[in-house]
Ligand binder design. Structure first.
Ligand SMILES: [Zn+2]
Ligand SMILES: [Zn+2]
Length: 270
């Protein structure tokens, strides 16, 4: 009774997150090309044939770039809100499934619950994926910590959490003022400090993995993120998701045992 998860890519250049159990999986966002998604999943021993559905958080290119091709090539339904679907060019109507906030959707043995958040998309959502009493949250592209985020973060056994920027680096960096303002506007992205506060105040005792995600190339650095969180890690394994490659496949099981760095192949999945 294990839940497996991996970041296939994380950052403003593309986001795609895999969450699955022994009988099937879902992708949260499809922001890298279809070819790259296939390649990275294959290298992890994961098959696209196991993917029961793709869930789209919002319409920014780094979350939807590969979705139309991926969905059509592998005949995978795409769960997307009506407003967001308007921006998804090429998505086949017969593969579109609409969702609403708080409505839990079943894909195989997985339950996926979307919730609204603060971000400058037209209808932005984040998701938690649950299976057999285990919950993995995928929380990126969030302008500020809100009640919804706190509510779902508290439930997580593992979470992808945005640490987009270091406040000092953004302040002194080369981004134009208008972009700096957008990022920290409350409808942009979470800073390392904002994410750390959420982690310190609201993590569950059962949170075994925290994958820090969607790092800015210009305004952050994996080492800074690692150093910010490591002193407070306790029993939580801290992983910084890469902008350029897939993470290993991590797993959690119902009895609290956490296995790391095992590929699905080693675990004889699919
Ligand atoms: Zn993004
Ligand atoms: Zn976005």
């Amino acid at each position: 009774m294990s839940l497996f998860f991996s970041s296939l890519n994380s950052g403003s250049n593309g986001n795609c997150y895999y969450v699955g159990c022994a009988t099937g999986a879902v992708l949260i966002d499809a922001g890298i090309s279809c070819r790259e998604t296939e390649k990275r999943m294959l290298s992890l021993g994961l098959s696209l044939k196991s993917v029961k559905a793709i869930f789209i958080s919002h319409e920014h290119t780094d979350h939807i770039k590969g979705v139309a091709t991926l969905s059509s090539k592998f005949n995978i339904p795409v769960y997307i809100t009506n407003k967001t679907a308007n921006y998804c060019v090429g998505l086949k109507a017969n593969l579109c499934r609409h969702f609403e906030e708080g409505q839990t959707i079943t894909a195989g043995q997985l339950n996926i619950t979307p919730f609204t958040k603060f971000h400058d998309g037209c209808d932005p959502h984040s998701f938690v994926v649950s299976y057999s009493g285990l919950t993995v949250g995928i929380f990126t592209d969030i302008g500020k910590v809100c009640k919804n985020l706190i509510h779902y973060f508290k439930k997580c056994d593992a979470a992808f959490l945005e640490t987009n920027y270091d406040e000092q680096m953004l302040e002194t960096g080369s981004y134009p003022l208008v972009l700096k303002r957008r990022i920290r506007s409350g409808h942009g992205h979470l800073s390392n400090t904002q994410a750390l506060e959420l982690f310190l105040q609201h993590r569950s005792k059962k949170l075994s993995h925290l994958l820090l995600s969607h790092l800015s190339r210009e305004n952050n650095h994996p080492e800074i993120v690692e150093k910010t969180f490591s002193p407070y890690a306790g029993s939580t394994k801290i992983i910084v998701a890469s902008r350029d490659q897939a993470s290993p496949v991590f797993s959690i099981t119902g009895n609290g045992f956490a296995a790391v760095n095992q590929s699905a192949k080693q675990l004889q999945l699919f």
